[in-house]
Design a protein around this ligand. Sequence first.
Ligand code: ADP
Length: 379
Amino acid sequence: MSNEISFFKSIKFKLALWYSTLLFIFSIGFVFILNIIAIKYIENQPGNPQLGGVFRRGSIIREITETERILLHEARMEDLENFRELSFYSIIPIVLLSFVGGYVIADRNLSPLEKLNREMRMRNAGDLSSSIEFKDRGDEISELMNSFNSMSERIHRTFESQKEFVENVSHEIKTPLAIIQANLDSALEDKKISRDELEDILNESKKSVKSMNQLTEDLLLLSVLQHDIAKEMINLKDILNSCVKDAKKIANGFEILVDNNGKDVMVSGNEMLLGRAISNILENAVKYSGGKMVTVKVESRDGKEAVISIADDGVGIPKEKRKKIFERFYRLDKGRSKKEGGRGLGLAITSEIIKDHGGSIKVVDSEKGAKFEIRLTKA
Ligand code: ADP
């Protein structure tokens, strides 16, 4: 495929040809009409045999001789012929000039497209971050350039987050794999290894395999969440109660209260996924808040929205980190998270589940601790 567009195939040439062809057709039509008007005019002037030999101009009216009449008519016909020739010949330079002018205008206006084309050929995934410089004239081409720039930025961000994702996953797998490798090596090298030592090694390796299994499950769930999920009519009150029951099993003295007015709050959703989303927040409160209690509430607002709030009385989440905690692999208190077996995927999964249900989740201001608020559309 050739890189250069041939002159005759270029839009600039085609546009210029169109301008000049149209101008040629209009000019011919214009000259033709002018000629008809001129003939009509001459026919109404003295010298026309049909008008007789009378000369009229303002108040001057006099008979003209036959010779004057013939001379006048001949002179006018000659003028008409000259006018006809002049007008036809002047069309040629006008059309040529319009072609050149049209070409220059098209070239000037289409130059950002050529720049865009050059950049698109030259760029690869690595240099999509910088946008193409151009003069924004507010026209269709400027709009196209703006769209291209914002599209490259979006692709760049996707590439970056994919790269980061692969780095994070590799990092998460590296540690349990290294543990298994070290355990296997020591078991193989130590010929006099006791039964108890072997059991310890195997148990530690089992923990690492479990951690990798959990990671794989979380990643699979995240990828499923990007597709359509099955939904049915569900009662949020029932889901909350069941999540609270499960969370109490790991609560260890941590109190979990349900502030419920007993009313049903129906939404269209996936029971298992919404349960997982709520459980993640409840378990986090138990694991990370450092408080004593978490209160869960579901209510209906304005008849349209279902609002679930989960508030603990712990250390809370700093304002500047309230968005970050929903990113994949983000841990606020790294030491504590790792100790609890967290990989920073819990809230990312929760946020994806809520988004898949057309809702929103955020950490809102509260007097003490962290308060999560989930908003869903009521069924
Ligand atoms: P993980 O999957 O590792 O448990 P999450 O994505 O669920 O991580 O949470 C991200 C981070 O947010 C955690 O590392 C934790 O430090 C912080 N966090 C979550 N919930 C709370 C809370 N209720 N109080 C304080 N910190 C919290």
